[in-house]
Design a protein around this ligand. Sequence first.
Ligand SMILES: Nc1nc2c(c(=O)[nH]1)N[C@H]1C(S)=C(S)[C@@H](COP(=O)(O)OP(=O)(O)OC[C@H]3O[C@@H](n4cnc5c(=O)[nH]c(N)nc54)[C@H](O)[C@@H]3O)O[C@H]1N2
Ligand SMILES: Nc1nc2c(c(=O)[nH]1)N[C@H]1C(S)=C(S)[C@@H](COP(=O)(O)OP(=O)(O)OC[C@H]3O[C@@H](n4cnc5c(=O)[nH]c(N)nc54)[C@H](O)[C@@H]3O)O[C@H]1N2
Ligand code: SF4
Ligand SMILES: [Mo]
Length: 741
Amino acid sequence: MKTNRREFIKISSIGAGGIILSSPLINLLGKPEEHKDEKRAKRYPTYCEVCFWKCAGWVYTNEEKGEEKIWKIIGNEDDLHSNGRFCPRGTGGVGMYYDEDRLKTPLIRVEKDGVQSFKEATWDEALDLIAKRLKEVAKEYTPECIAMFSHGSGGKFFSNVLKAMGSVSISAPSYAQCRGPREVAFIATYGKGIGSPEPTDIKNTKCLVLIGSHIGENMHNGQVQEMSDAIDDGASIITVDPRYSTAASKSKFWLPIKPATDIALLLAWMHVIINEELYDKEYVEKYTFGFEQLKAHVKSKTPEWAYTITKIKPDVIRKTAHEMASASPAVIIHPGRHVTWYGDDTQRLRAVAILNALLGSWGRRGGFYNPEGIKLKKMPRPDYPKPKRTWRDAHPDQYRLAGLALSSGMCDATIPSPDKDCSYKAWIINGTNLITTLPDQKNTIEALNNLEFVVVIDTMPVDITGYADVVLPECTYLERYDMLRTSKHREPSIALRMPAAKPKYNSKPAWWMAKELANKMGLGDYVPYEKVEEMLDWQLKEYGSSLKEMQKIGVKKIDRKYDDLYLLNGQEYEFKTNTGKIELYSTALEREGFDAMPNYTAHPEPPADFYRLNYGRAPMHTFTRTVNNPNLSDLMEENKLWVNPKVAKKYDLEKDQEIWLENQDGIVSSFAIKVRITQRIGMDSVYMVHGFGGTANKLKRAYGRGGADSELITNVMHDPIMGGTGMRGNFVKFIKNNPHV
Ligand SMILES: Nc1nc2c(c(=O)[nH]1)N[C@H]1C(S)=C(S)[C@@H](COP(=O)(O)OP(=O)(O)OC[C@H]3O[C@@H](n4cnc5c(=O)[nH]c(N)nc54)[C@H](O)[C@@H]3O)O[C@H]1N2
Ligand SMILES: Nc1nc2c(c(=O)[nH]1)N[C@H]1C(S)=C(S)[C@@H](COP(=O)(O)OP(=O)(O)OC[C@H]3O[C@@H](n4cnc5c(=O)[nH]c(N)nc54)[C@H](O)[C@@H]3O)O[C@H]1N2
Ligand code: SF4
Ligand SMILES: [Mo]
């Protein structure tokens, strides 16, 4: 059975606490001493799901009129990700539980008289249908034709079922739309990626260089705290950002770079550091490969050369290079996180990696430390079948250095084309709002229309749920168990998430859905437990703990196995690169036919009357994940378009005037966005926070609020090295009268 056109269905839904904000950066974090335990309260351990920093905390419940209610969430003081403090989003996570617009029961797409709509279903009906349709797709095509997109904790449970079926096409948008280029660049240079949380030793640094990494608005908790401490300890901050970000306002040097020219600045910094012999000679000699080639490569890349490109004055380039060198090796050129900007991102991040190597910061106190984590044992289960095709076949002979599946690549491969085998026929989408997450919405929708079957697992009726054949409502992280958190850090640790309340409505945890689905598909042996608690307890035993103990402590620290947080003086060390050295000259890139050392190439400029569309984060929101959250939308209910006063004057734009935007491809924004006139943005760009302007009409607080950068990002600049989707090459012009009337 083929679905014809997959009509977008606007889902109908069936069925608090406040936060005080003061000034930016550290003041946004809750203080541990503010939270005095109250006698009647019960507390349950969790780790936060409002973003991917995964801070561990405590959920407090209180009895109100004989009923237990979730009251507040605070940080767990034993946790290295949070140090006992939560960011406003984490604190506001309670709102996810109370949001009355939540998905409440499974939904199945039905068609009557040519009109498609969702009907409410029981779990049995929904899961039976999924099992039947996935088996049909696997039989008619191959199991490899089923793909999964996931960004969230439940993904592990569903990927187990998918692998048991015989497909390994499992991707997260946090790779090709986020940190992929940085991982590839650091692996090419050091033989090791960055990972999450970033092992930047910010608390011990003397100089932190942020290149478009807007820590303070990007509220990755531990980093914000460490940056604040470092500033108090006298560290200097150098911020390179065309926008006067919160970080820029805390910086000794703010370099308002012309957008898309960072590689030129990085090469000029290398030039100064090599030319003036400011690099860490002993380190470079002992650990690196290709210094002479690099020296020749950057010989002509003078600050004067870079000035013409970046608009950063030569003396500022020199001064900031001296500032970094005088802090060396306790200096961090931060690798950033969302780095898919202009398509040459792996090379820009290579330049970042190389500059760190020249300053000897990798493996050094105040630079990058060597994190350690633990790997939990898996309960015995049958071997997975070996797939005949993987996600790599979506782009044969391309992006061979990509280490993880590309969401965008898998999406593209779903659209039949003469030069591509149409690989995917069914998608499972868990915890990712692909419509607003992948660039070029038209492309994503075309892929969705070509699918035979789509399952969406989410907590909210967000945009992507409207394209599903079956929608499964997951309960929030406050109502469920999940896998144990074991991310690497200065010390290894384990954190538990457990339910603080029963799932509201007819929602269920991912582990339960995946287990039921596996059973219905005859794959029950792959889920060797009745309840996930059994598995958690089994895994914890290996570390001398138990579920019971973890329920009391939440976080268990484990001693480091190796005493190698930093490199020792003069220590021999073999890097996992082709040469065993830190590759200033990359043999891996050369072998793949790419530049072995980064080069600057110019990018297109905005046409007349157009402005570059810049976007980023706000401290109180995470993408579309939080825009409907009652607590967080109270703090920030819409985004605004940052416009420079001179530009505003040119077009006669007033403060808070509602305007629409049209991009270079003629795409017009669905909703109006208010103008914020500010000197903090340059003359060639406009800026907005990502996540707003949603079209999902059942999200009362989010629908149509503000503008969506996602709608306007239609020009995708693919990174030829790893397939990342550069999203900052889009230009917009202003429309003052409502184009939709
Ligand atoms: N235009 C544009 N695109 C971008 C970015 C940008 O800045 N601008 N940023 C990029 C980056 S850096 C990233 S990391 C990605 C992020 O991409 P996504 O992770 O897709 O971002 P969200 O929009 O937050 O979508 C998360 C979805 O998970 C759902 N959800 C929340 N909690 C749960 C849960 O417990 N269970 C389940 N099943 N679902 C849950 C939310 O309701 C929401 O639908 O987007 C990338 N794409
Ligand atoms: N509060 C909050 N915090 C978050 C998130 C969130 O949703 N909310 N999301 C998390 C996630 S998944 C990620 S990946 C990170 C992303 O956060 P980061 O990696 O810190 O930042 P980006 O989104 O890449 O960059 C945004 C900054 O880049 C600047 N910029 C734009 N163009 C250029 C340019 O050409 N050159 C330079 N040098 N700068 C430029 C913008 O002005 C803006 O200040 O944030 C994380 N932290
Ligand atoms: S940084 Fe904030 S939103 Fe992210 S996990 Fe930590 S508390 Fe939650
Ligand atoms: Mo991200």
